[in-house]
Design a protein around this ligand. Structure first.
Ligand code: ATP
Length: 502
């Protein structure tokens, strides 16, 4: 078998498969879509729920054992998307949650200044590009401009680092003339709304741009109502909204997405120990859901690049097909100090200090925050699973870990002959009590395998004439296409074993 697992993957093929097989659709597709918004189809929803449930189990239901050998304690929360606007003033989001935006006067395209990359040199033609894939086109663009220079002599600098005096040299990604890009302007990423009947500035509220603040505002309620004390965590999964300047790369950067965030409250002096612990735990979790450790990179964010509230941040980055050979963010783990609690204490006038009776001291806990994207996680799982294999009819299969696969197994009667179908139906009815399984009767067996390969079903059980005499079925393993016989009574146990995280 010549399996070309290393062949570069084209994002367009991934997007097409996601639509063709019911994973992800453009939002409002019949109206031509809506920039920055996506709908999860039946299989995408299953996949997303599997990833979400694994995170929740790992964080809240069966959290790990801490570095000192005691089980850690994390409680769950589901806070409102729209909160009192004062929350966002206290957190610094109103007025401060901005992206620098650059416009092209000619093409009317819009870019995020820090994501717009410019090839600079001593000359006076500097081509800019936005996506890594477009960078490949730069030598051709330069040639057209009769600039036959060697691209390797250029230095890549992001637009926000370039002096305004040099803007005239820059040719934007979507134009052929230099000097059409505007100076960056700050652009608020907060999406607003007006609850109630009166729509004026004073009544403006916001769709939350992160789930974290709902946790900080409930910190006191949880301390008062639950028997928790630092160190402990509060976890939340839910929607967040950001008015991204340029939503792009499929669901990687969208305007509506889901986050999985946990705020870990600990005594200030223990922050370094817990930071290390959570970075390690989070990396292990991504690996447990099937991410290749070789495509994961821990990016220790340089001091100069840290958010103002963070003393240290490590981003867990993944090598997406569109970032390859580079990596891009999947999750950020930040030491936020006592920034959020002290801001909310100041703005709400409520005491948020924790009183430790044993030690007879009062303090604001420090916070370690593992903040992961659920939507982005789904994209990473799909990219990781997407495997080109020219030797099989589908040409591709999704190599999901069985615990993540939307369908755990397919039951396929070899023929639509009468005696195969009732046995298959009985097996299907038994298994569906515990697992998400498919019963597929129509079409030839090759086509049915192809469909299951494309949706990443790890096992197909085929009922044939031998099943009638000895109650065994053929189990076909998705990745290797290897087949073996297994007794029908053993199938449920077989699947249970395979579902266990790696
Ligand atoms: P980025 O640098 O990519 O804009 P960020 O550092 O602003 O992300 P955080 O505020 O740390 O992101 O949010 C935590 C996680 O939420 C990110 O690691 C990412 O997985 C996810 N996320 C953030 N913005 C988006 C978005 N626009 N679309 C999809 N997921 C997002």
């Amino acid at each position: 078998m010549t399996q070309s697992a290393d062949k570069p993957v084209d994002m367009k093929d991934i997007v097409a498969l996601c639509k063709r097989r019911g994973f992800i659709f453009q939002a409002s597709d019949i109206y031509g879509g809506y920039n920055g918004f996506w709908d999860f189809g039946p299989l995408g929803t299953e996949l997303k729920n599997n990833l979400r449930d694994s995170w929740w189990k790992n964080m809240v239901v069966t959290p790990p054992i801490g570095p000192d050998g005691t089980p850690v304690s994390i409680v769950g929360l589901d806070s409102a998307i729209i909160q009192n606007p004062r929350v966002w003033q206290a957190s610094g989001h109103v007025g401060g949650f901005n992206d620098p935006m650059v416009d092209c006067r000619e093409s009317k395209a819009r870019y995020r200044a820090d994501h717009l990359l410019v090839y600079t040199n001593d000359g006076d033609i500097w081509p800019a590009f936005y996506n890594v894939e477009d960078a490949a086109d730069i030598p051709r663009r330069l040639k057209k401009l009769k600039q036959n220079e060697d691209i390797s002599t250029y230095k890549i600098v992001s637009f926000d680092q370039i002096s305004a005096d040099d803007y005239a040299k820059i040719i934007g990604p979507d134009t052929k003339t230099a000097g059409t890009l505007t100076e960056p302007r700050q652009f608020s990423m907060m999406l607003d709304t007006f609850p109630g009947v009166i729509r004026d500035e004073e009544r403006k509220a916001y769709l939350r741009p992160e789930t974290a603040q709902g946790i900080f505002t409930n910190y006191k309620n949880i301390i008062d109502s639950m028997r928790v004390k630092p160190p402990f965590g509060i976890a939340q999964i839910g929607k967040a909204f950001r008015n991204e300047v340029t939503p792009r790369n499929f669901i990687f950067r969208s305007r509506e997405f889901e986050q999985m965030e946990m705020e870990w409250f600990c005594p200030p002096e223990d922050h370094a120990m817990w930071f290390e612990f959570w970075v390690d735990q989070r990396k292990k979790w991504w690996e447990s859901v099937g991410m290749d450790a070789n495509k994961i990179f821990l990016h220790d964010i340089e001091k100069s690049e840290l958010a103002h509230y963070s003393a240290r941040t490590i981003d867990i980055e993944y090598k997406y097909p569109f970032s390859d050979p580079n990596f891009d963010e999947l999750e950020g783990i930040a030491h936020r100090g006592d920034y959020d609690l002290s801001k909310h204490q100041e703005h709400s006038g409520q005491k948020l200090e924790y009183f430790d009776q044993q030690e007879n001291r009062r303090y604001l806990p420090h916070v370690i925050e593992p903040a992961a994207g659920l939507t982005r996680g789904v994209l990473a799982l799909i990219c990781e699973a997407y495997t080109i294999d020219e030797n099989r009819p589908s040409g591709v299969y999704l190599n999901f870990h069985p615990s993540m696969a939307p369908k755990k197994a397919a039951i396929l009667p070899l023929t639509a002959k009468e005696d195969h179908v009732p046995i298959a139906t009985k097996l299907y009815l038994d298994l569906r009590e515990e697992f998400s399984v498919d019963l597929d009767i129509k079409q030839n067996i090759g086509k049915r395998y192809a469909r299951q390969d494309e949706i990443g079903t790890p096992y197909c059980f085929t009922i044939d004439n031998d099943t009638i005499s000895d109650q065994t079925v053929t189990v076909r393993e998705r990745n290797t296409m290897a087949q073996e016989r297994i007794h029908m009574d053993k199938i449920a146990e077989f699947l249970r074993e395979k579902m266990k995280a790696v």
